[in-house]
Design a binder for this molecule. Structure first.
Ligand code: ATP
Ligand code: MG
Length: 434
């Protein structure tokens, strides 16, 4: 009687066999002479049935009184049954072991408010919906790493404590660094990545970034996971191709290997499987034109807010790029277009269906004088960026990169209403607990 994963049962690997499972009882009901236990392990959830005459009366009664989140070890026969929530159930033949939880598990089947569930996040992550999302999250990162490794990228890391901002001062978190007050949490690995390409070539990182986002939105966390890529010898078009292929690969892998989880979240895996690179590309100017036809006016030179981004995503049914943003809306290191210096060689990838930006990136300035000019123009102190300027003195070449918001991508893939569910313990302006 092998101990098996619930996922392997749901995948049809044990139909008709007697197996043993071990897991947490997250739901329980009885009707007439039969009990239905929903049991969860790290891999999935299965319904288990226990008819009264199957086990000693004493055991039956103990199971009946078992508080939620008790741990059970059950032996049973796998039955294919379309009425069961996941198409298969375990017909219990023996209750092997029970570890009784305390009564009063706070999360019940009644609807709880958002704040209640966030206060109980340490328990709510056991919910099957959260379990499905977190398993998909793991697959997204696995698929990304696989693609990057297969394409010759080296994983590397940059510090989280920094002194020079790369994405503007308004979202910097200050920290007390051994009494120093000019130290911040990183918003991106950007500046360090540009140093690392000259020793490692094509590189990537998957690490937390921190943004003090004061406004409450459905798409911003104070701490999020940032998948960043940087590479030498690559221009704007080259880096968009990398983004296209990486996102497509991730979507295909998740669709192929996580279809049960996707369906449970209301996402049809076919919608991800049909994605093919390259994704559509429009310029900032063209985006303004599309918006104008929708009756939304944005002055040239202003950044997109949600008022612009959301309706724009309704025009596409795959991710798409917006390129050539005005110089004023992008950070100082973006390379101005030599043919039209008022715009940058920049590109954001937006997810369709009202989700919006998942990637920001582009080509970086590789010339010393041009970079120094931009730093001064932006009112920054060149001394703060002395080491970054050094990179343009010795061996500078055209280079490009991007940052992908891991939770933004997961939010779209999983069709979530709010970014907080794409990460186990979200951090935002109102919450650092639990
Ligand atoms: P937005 O305009 O949506 O705030 P941004 O332009 O500030 O994004 P970038 O600085 O380009 O974002 O960061 C790269 C990527 O990191 C974004 O495309 C997005 O996917 C992700 N990202 C940025 N800020 C956050 C945040 N506060 N929470 C979660 N993800 C974020
Ligand atoms: Mg932002």
């Amino acid at each position: 009687m092998p101990l098996v994963d619930i996922a392997s049962i749901l995948d049809g690997e044990h139909d008709g066999e007697e197996v043993t499972i071990r897991g947490w009882m997250y739901n329980h009901r009885s009707s007439g002479g039969i009990q239905f236990l929903m049991v969860r392990d790290g891999s999935g959830v299965i319904q288990c049935t226990l008819p009264r005459d199957r086990v000693p009366e004493e055991t039956y009664k103990r199971v009946e009184k078992l508080p939620l989140e008790s741990v059970v070890e059950l032996k049973g026969v796998v039955k294919v049954d379309e009425r069961a929530p996941n198409g298969r159930e375990l017909s219990i033949t023996e209750v092997v072991n029970l570890w009784e939880a305390q009564p009063g598990y706070p999360i019940t089947r009644k609807r709880h408010g958002v704040d209640f569930l966030l206060d109980h996040r340490h328990l709510y992550i056991r919910d099957p919906k959260m379990q499905a999302i977190l398993r998909i999250r793991s697959k997204v990162l696995e698929a990304a790493r696989d693609w990057l490794r297969e394409h010759g990228y080296t994983e590397t890391h940059s510090p989280s404590f920094i002194t020079a901002a790369c994405e503007g001062g308004s979202t910097l978190f200050s920290v007390d660094y051994f009494g120093r007050k000019d130290v911040y949490l990183t918003q991106s690995w950007q500046l360090y990545a540009e140093a690392l390409i000259y020793t490692l070539g094509k590189i990537y990182t998957i690490a937390p970034s921190f943004r003090a986002e004061k406004s409450r939105t459905r798409r911003h966390l104070a701490e999020y996971w940032h998948l960043e890529v940087e590479e030498p010898w690559t221009d704007l078009w080259g880096i968009m191709k990398v983004g296209d292929e990486l996102v497509t690969h991730i979507c295909h892998r998740v669709a192929e290997e996580m279809s049960r989880e996707l369906k449970s979240l209301g996402r049809d895996p076919k919608e991800l499987l049909r994605l093919e690179p390259p994704y559509p590309r429009i310029t900032y100017d063209e985006a303004l034109e599309i918006l104008r036809k929708d009756g939304i006016e944005l002055e040239w030179g202003d950044d997109f807010g949600w008022r612009e981004e959301e309706p724009l995503t309704r025009h596409f049914d795959t991710p798409f790029w917006v390129t050539h943003f005005p110089i004023g809306v992008k950070a100082f290191y973006h390379k101005p277009d030599p043919k039209r210096p008022e715009v940058t060689l920049s590109a954001d990838m937006l997810a369709p269906e009202g989700y919006g930006e998942i990637i920001g990136g582009g080509q970086r300035i590789d010339d010393y004088e041009e970079l120094l000019t931009r730093i001064v123009e932006e009112g920054l102190n060149p001394e703060d960026y002395s080491w970054y300027l050094d990179l343009r003195k010795w061996g500078s070449v055209p280079h490009s990169g991007f940052g992908l918001g891991v939770e933004r991508l997961i939010m779209w893939i999983c069709h979530l209403d709010h970014i907080r569910d794409a990460i186990p313990f979200p951090r935002d302006v109102r919450r650092v607990f639990p």
